[in-house]
Write a protein that binds this ligand. Sequence first.
Ligand code: ZN
Length: 221
Amino acid sequence: MREEEDLDPRCGKPRWACVCDRVTPLRPRTRVVILQHPQEDDVVLGTARIVTTAIASAKIIVGLSWASLDAALGETVDRNRWSSVYAHKIPEGAADRNGAVVMDRHGELTNAPRPQGIVLLDGTWSQAKTLWWRNPWLLKLGRIALVPKQPGIYGKLRQEPRRDHVSTLEAVGGALTGLGEDPKIEAELNKLMRTMVQRARDHGFDPRKKTTPVQRRPTKE
Ligand SMILES: [Zn+2]
């Protein structure tokens, strides 16, 4: 077994990829919940824990399926006021609002009030699809699709494209801006991710060659 690398306890990343020193606390009004596939094990480039480091109220829930949104959250919420952020089909001719298309649960454009919370699926494209199909209650939530204006921040650092070719962090930021939150939240999140990618490059991290030993993710809180 390889010697354990020194992992930052807040974000779980090796110290050379950690950007916790750059975090300023962000406080969106919309709750953020990230359902994470159990096999998502991207200690170095994963972005979900950057989100939860910056947004104290955001939550990562690891698993494959839950009976309902309430079961996933461990509390009772009004699911009519929650939306999923996913590669949803966008109605023909729909114009996006600041990079996001906000729809009701039937996929129709809506001007309904801002949802209380958003649910994102974290993992590779196929892991996200698995989460989607294993949790039919997601179909009962409102829908948010992203229409990214710029190429994803990962660039060539990521081997397997993620859904919409954006990271979970970029999806959180894009959805929040689309819902009318302060665009500074998205800008701040993206800045953290760019710093993380830069630090990984500076360290010589190459995901193709796996020059950096892959570590087990520490147990999440
Ligand atoms: Zn850190």
